[in-house]
Write a protein that binds this ligand. Sequence first.
Ligand code: NAD
Length: 465
Amino acid sequence: MLCAVANGGPEEIDAAARAATDAFAGWRETTGTERKRLLHRVADLIEAHGEEIALLETFDTGQPIRFMSKAAARAAENFRFFADRAESASDGLSLPAAGHLNYTQRQPIGPVGIITPWNTPFMLSTWKMAPALAAGCTVVHKPAEWSPITAMRLAELVHEAGVPPGVVNVVNGIGETAGRALTEHPDVKAIGFVGDTRTGRAIMRQGAETLKRVHFELGGKNPVVVFADADLDRALDATVFMIYSLNGERCTSGSRVLVERSIYDDFVGRLAERVKRIRLGNPFDPATELGPLIHPLHLEKVLGYVTAGRQEGATLIAGGRCPEDAGGSCPENAGAGNYFEATLFGDADRSMCIAREEVFGPFLTAIPFDSEEEALEVANDVDYGLAAYLWTRDVTRAHAFARRLEAGMVWVNSENVRHLPTPFGGMKSSGIGRDGGDYSFDFYMETKNVDIALEHHPVPKLGKG
Ligand code: NAD
């Protein structure tokens, strides 16, 4: 056991929702300039405690420290980015009509619920919370039960920064009890949710009675499509990074690599060499590239896909084992923790579950293709539509292919490089709505139109005989 945390339920959620409701009037009326100042102060404190946050995150999740130190910096950036937009969050449009002036303005929707998963939990808490606060909403946050620690630390830093009591409330608890109560609470106007697609469906049902506005960032089975004309060295680096960084526990991971057949053997051979050399080990060691998976149940799920891949007839090229049965590839940790080798399956086809379902671990499935049309069909032939990665030097093909890909985000000749004003989110079973830049404010705010008559236009007269 790492530590004990409170197990909040409906009562605690209700207390938090009432605190958020009481604080809403004051926070809504706080000027954008003041909200900006306070949110920058939160970012300062996150930076000042960056090392501590990174260590806590590694301790809680098993994510290698080399990635977690960057997660704290990104979390501060999330607060700074939305802090700078707090003053303009309510800006609207001028839409003049004949004899009337119409203008829009945005107003915060009210107290909102934020429910997050266990992968990079601190970064995700800030990604959802910062725009809500900049918009003038108050927040009840329910972090994942497998990674409860850093959300509490975030709440402490927010309060230390001077954000008034009740504006941010964190309740740790189980999804089916605390999470459910939050999604059903009548005072909570919207739910920003990041997590599994099945949970998204449950939340939609739970929120129906109170007509909750929902924003869903869900799962993915993101294709990396490598054409023979690509810069194959860079494509290789990015392919390895996008599935084996962050333990593969990453919604935008490139978990299927589709490789043009003429280069398939060579590319997958080089891939295998790299995968076998990925350093699995103690997540606190800066040299470690792959840490233990977060939970024995998650390890069990990932191992289930190894069995499935074998049964379906794909070729296990690398990994697939825990260190104990891997003959001590990770001697200092053998027998302990949820260590699982970086894994690569090849010769898969699109019908296999390892090519269709989200494994959410360091697990890559390679699939050969013969034509551009086939690559597109395979890329799109899954329920998900979050991200896609395309490697080619042919500019025309890149644009045409990107247009036809069913994905909310497409990177061409790049790994996932985020620019915070751009929309982040997925199509199909990968989500509803977009985060980032102004898109976040559209979710956390109501748009109101005000119409003012400029002249004495004829008003219809009834009841005059
Ligand atoms: P999960 O859906 O099991 O849990 C997410 C959160 O929902 C947790 O806080 C959990 O307690 C809560 N929850 C569970 N049942 C609930 C219910 N009935 N009502 C309300 N809340 C409930 O997901 P997970 O296993 O923690 O996270 C992994 C998933 O998150 C993956 O599918 C991954 O792709 C996805 N994810 C998506 C994005 C994105 O931006 N699209 C980002 C990160 C993770």
